[in-house]
Design a binder for this molecule. Structure first.
Ligand SMILES: NC(=O)C1=CN([C@@H]2O[C@H](COP(=O)(O)OP(=O)(O)OC[C@H]3O[C@@H](n4cnc5c(N)ncnc54)[C@H](O)[C@@H]3O)[C@@H](O)[C@H]2O)[C@@H](O)CC1
Ligand SMILES: [K+]
Length: 503
């Protein structure tokens, strides 16, 4: 897992790198510039594209200058640099690179003061150029000065393509994203070493479209020591957590899941959750559906068993219980389930809605429970929040208080563990925004828990592979991904893990 670090920790990591490698800060800046250009070339392959580089006078601006030198060497032949004063003095690395740029044939426009009128007077071809934003990076320490904000608002109206260095100017790396704040909108952000935490919040869509992360060689061992509660899941975690199926193993080794789901008109939710559970490798799955709906189950999923409420817990020990998809009024069984449940619960959809109406039940949630709310379900459960930052902090407090895992679903799903850590899932895409997708995830999480993974491990595996399956189909050309189609990918993805699923 990759630790997400704060703006102030980035500076510590930069300093550590200079000392541990015995390099100068402008050498590190050259590295950052070179990593930036590596991605930029792919984004803007046409070397005749007019490029405007807006530089502040701190180190983010220094990056912009170093980038201009590399782009010129690369053959980009229409580069204009504009220097916008930020702060009272230039940083040393800015000044160093300014000297180098002056020795080259690159046009530099120096604003003597930050003013919209002066900026406008430069007559830049903003609409037809690619703009590189290196005005401010992690050094922002106050709301944008008024004159700078005015310039940025004008750029936002005119520029069609902006590539930001490290982060968009005006964007806060962590904490609440200010709704009224001015930010230079970036179509692409090329961020150094780690994405910034706020890239993962839905509100960031107002300020940026895509981001790329480039390695600038900061010391991973140093980053690992920095305190942080935020982590980004990556494919190495999946390889590490997933266990291959052993030879001589049988269905009894892979758990028995109970799926308590479905009601008249909503049987599909139960079928999707159960199919997901089976395709993720559970040994046995019992579904508790209304008796009159049983034919759908037999027709669609002959591998599953049907159970009725009365006999469910007679002599059966489940290893995980999913509760909620498509349940409707049947969700009132939740209070009884708490008394009878003999396995970790995964509560979704109507199960969550019932829980929010009977909030005394929250205190009675059994150990190892996983809740899988989307934003509205979360707000109904724990109360409204003004923004996603507040919502995430509320989730952390509740996960710790009730000793549960919360899977807060979104473009980037946040897995909040009972210790209050936040694990961010990077996979998934808008083609997956369709009914039944959450039921598929619930089935997958239930399957992994039934197979013996801890709730934390199961949520990492389930969320990542669910999104990855959708990403693969999107790449193959599916504009929309149906949950039942997504599920066909799961055994294939498991089969591809380095740790192949057979001994
Ligand atoms: N050795 C390093 O420290 C490295 C730094 N790098 C780059 O350096 C950036 C950080 O550089 P700095 O710490 O110099 O900070 P920035 O360049 O982000 O900004 C600092 C300057 O902006 C001014 N400023 C702050 N808030 C402002 C506001 N609201 N309105 C107007 N001016 C404002 C400050 O007074 C200061 O002069 C990173 O984002 C990254 O791009 C990279 O080159 C990697 C190596
Ligand atoms: K920037």
């Amino acid at each position: 897992m990759r630790k997400i670090i704060s703006a102030s920790q980035v500076k510590l990591a930069d300093s550590d790198c200079l000392v541990s490698e015995n390099i100068s800060s402008h050498e590190l800046m050259d590295r950052a510039a070179s990593a930036f250009v590596g991605v930029f070339r792919g984004l803007v392959p046409d070397k005749n594209t007019p490029i405007i580089i807006l530089c502040g006078t701190g180190n983010n601006g220094g990056d912009g200058l170093a980038i201009s030198l590399l782009l010129q060497c690369d053959g980009y032949d229409d580069i204009n640099i504009v220097i916008i004063p930020t702060g009272h003095r230039q940083s040393d690395d800015f000044a160093y690179n300014m000297q180098r740029v002056k020795e080259r044939q690159i046009s530099i426009h120096q604003l003597e003061r930050t003013s919209l009128q002066d900026f406008d007077g430069l007559g830049l071809r903003l609409t037809e150029s690619v703009l590189i934003d290196s005005i401010l990076g992690v050094g922002i320490n106050r709301p944008l000065d008024r004159a700078l904000a005015e310039i940025i608002k004008m750029i936002n109206q005119q520029c069609k393509r902006v590539v930001a260095v490290d982060l968009p100017t005006g964007f806060r790396c962590e904490g609440e994203l200010d709704d009224d704040g001015t930010v230079l909108y970036a179509h692409e952000v090329i961020s150094f070493q780690r994405p910034k935490l706020n890239f993962f919040f839905p509100e960031s869509a107002k300020y940026m479209e895509n981001f790329h992360v480039v390695d600038i060689g900061l010391r991973e061992a140093f980053l690992a020591e920095l305190p942080s509660d935020y982590y980004l899941i990556d494919s190495a975690d999946i390889e590490e957590i997933y266990n291959k199926r052993k030879s001589f193993s049988h269905k009894g080794n892979y758990g028995h899941a109970l799926i308590y789901a479905g009601s008249a008109g909503k049987v599909g939710a139960a079928l999707i959750a159960t199919e997901a559970c089976l395709r993720t490798g559970v040994g046995l799955a019992t579904v508790c559906l209304p008796e009159e709906e049983r034919h759908a189950l037999y027709a669609r999923l002959p591998e599953a068993m049907l159970g009725s409420s009365e006999e469910l817990f007679e002599g059966v020990k489940y290893s995980a219980i999913a509760f909620g998809p498509g349940l409707g009024r049947r969700a009132s069984f939740l209070s009884d389930l708490f008394k009878k449940a003999n396995a970790p619960l995964i509560i979704d959809a109507d199960g969550l809605n019932y829980l929010s109406k009977e909030d005394t039940l929250l205190n009675a949630l059994p150990a190892d429970t996983v809740l899988t709310p989307h934003m509205k379900e979360f707000d109904r459960l724990f109360g409204p929040s003004e923004n996603w930052w507040q919502r995430l902090q509320l989730a952390r407090r509740n996960a710790q208080k009730f000793k549960i895992t919360i899977v807060l679903k979104n473009r980037y799903t946040f897995i909040i563990t009972e210790k209050g850590e936040v694990l961010i899932n990077p996979t998934g895409n808008p083609a997956m925004a369709i009914a039944g997708m959450g039921d598929a995830l619930t089935g997958m999480l239930t399957s992994f828990i039934a197979q013996g993974y801890s709730p934390r491990e199961a949520c990492i595996l389930g969320c990542f592979l669910h999104g990855r399956a959708g990403d693969r189909l999107r790449l193959e050309g599916h504009a929309v991904v149906l949950p039942t189609v997504l599920l066909t990918q799961i055994p294939l993805l498991l089969g591809e893990l380095k740790n192949v699923p057979f001994a």
